[in-house]
Design a protein around this ligand. Structure first.
Ligand SMILES: Cc1cc2nc3c(=O)[nH]c(=O)nc-3n(C[C@H](O)[C@H](O)[C@H](O)COP(=O)(O)O)c2cc1C
Length: 400
């Protein structure tokens, strides 16, 4: 893989991106973050992090001391999953593997937060049926697309709107998964309420057609996410909890910018988090996906939503904000974003391809291109074999 062409890097070493900041109890040395990146290398059965490669993958990306790494999404329980090759954090076997990964990250003097994940209707009804599990979402039979509907019908596992009892079960799973994360040695957890997955399905009226206290109004649609936040905070402490949203995301056939009322949904939920903060329980961070990337499986620039920004969040939420979404190739935007003293930047796809991206961003060095075909391949290739800058120069990648 050659370097990215038609891109002029800018050294950001002198900006706030390279000023230390405290997140929860972690003293970060800079503000470049590894955002959650599912890599589909976990093993089936058991959804166990890959025993051969995962330690090395995270080892490479935590080399720079004081880096914040957020893990790939980890299923809070079997019912929340349905992708055979994504890891969970509910079983002893999974926790044992995570322990090795987290120990390595800590050995490198970096920090690791676990992203707590429940798929809802983005799961596969047939895989869930195979394992005797429901195909869950906010509402019955509001499928994300025709393909998912067909899978559900063929496997006689129609989309199921959670009952209030089942919502309580999920909340218990989030709490247990957060405790398991600490048992494995993690520094914190990020609650995944973005990208069209279960909690996002409750936030968006396109998928939430409920008429009980979990649907119908902005307050009601926010209830599940806020109950999860509150329960996890009660269990492990607010300084160890962050939450992720994608106000403009269309991944998973969410509304994104097409629904002009949606920002009110996010304004409300950020306001609720800020109220809790003012009452003494400030979450460690809020993590926002930028409108530049409404669907990370499109090439940078495609699917960009140019008609809105996440700036509104700063008027409401007064704590730390992590922003991610096509920022690696836009250092000038990063410069502007980090001008305040509470913004961190997630580098997603380019952190996959550049294990030493922190150094490259600091010095203004070229990036390795990423290989989309190996994002989800069950291979070490494309996972642990991307070279550092010096190695890439030796390989002649700068000349290709
Ligand atoms: C292969 C891949 C896997 C991803 N997995 C997750 C995930 O597990 N959880 C999540 O919240 N976002 C996930 N994302 C979204 C990224 O965290 C990030 O928001 C997105 O890629 C935009 O940032 P970028 O332009 O720097 O890549 C994923 C993106 C990619 C490309």
């Amino acid at each position: 893989m050659p370097f990215v062409k038609d891109f002029t890097p800018v050294a950001l070493g002198e900006t706030n991106l390279f000023k230390p900041i405290k997140i929860g109890n972690n003293k970060l040395q800079h503000r470049v973050v590894l955002p959650p990146l599912t890599r589909m290398r976990a093993t089936h059965p058991g959804n166990v992090p890959n025993k051969d490669w995962a330690v090395e993958y995270y080892n490479q990306r935590s080399q720079r001391p004081g880096t914040l790494l957020i893990t790939e999404g980890a299923f809070i329980c079997a019912q929340a999953g349905g992708y055979d090759n994504a890891p969970g954090i509910w079983s002893d076997e999974q926790v044992e593997e995570w322990k090795k990964i987290f120990a390595q990250i800590h050995e490198n003097k970096s920090f690791v937060w676990v992203q707590l994940w429940a798929l809802g209707r983005q799961s596969y009804a047939d895989t869930l049926a195979r394992d005797g599990l429901r195909y869950d979402s906010a509402s019955d039979n509001v499928y994300m697309d025709a393909e998912q509907e067909e899978r559900a019908k063929k496997s006689s596992n129609p989309q199921h709107g959670l009952t209030k009892e089942e919502i309580k079960e999920y909340i218990k799973c989030y709490v247990q998964a957060a405790k398991n994360s600490f048992a494995a040695g993690a520094d914190g957890v990020e609650i995944h309420s973005a990208n069209g997955y279960l909690l996002n399905q409750f936030l968006d009226p396109i998928s939430n057609k409920r008429t009980d206290e979990y649907g119908g109004s902005i307050e009601n649609r926010a209830r599940f996410t806020l109950e999860v936040v509150d329960a996890v905070v009660d269990a492990i402490g607010e300084e160890k909890v962050g939450v992720r949203f994608s106000p403009y995301g269309t991944f998973g056939t969410m509304s994104g910018g097409a629904d002009p009322t949606l920002l009110a949904q996010y304004a409300y939920i950020l306001g609720e988090l800020e109220k809790r903060a003012k009452a003494g329980k400030r979450l460690a961070f809020v993590h926002l996906v930028e409108p530049r990337v409404t669907d990370p499986f499109l090439t940078e620039g495609q699917g960009e939503y140019n008609d809105g920004t996440n700036d509104f969040a700063y008027s409401i939420w007064k704590g730390v904000i992590i922003r991610a979404g096509n920022l690696a190739l836009h250092p000038e935007s990063v410069k502007q974003m980090v001008a305040d003293d509470r913004t961190l930047i997630g580098y997603g796809r380019f952190f996959i391809a550049n294990p030493d991206i922190v150094d490259r961003v600091e010095k203004g060095e070229q990036f390795n291109k990423y290989d989309r075909d190996t994002f989800y391949a069950m291979t070490a290739h494309g996972y642990t074999d991307y070279p550092t800058y010096d190695e890439a120069i030796k390989l002649g990648w700068d000349k290709q």
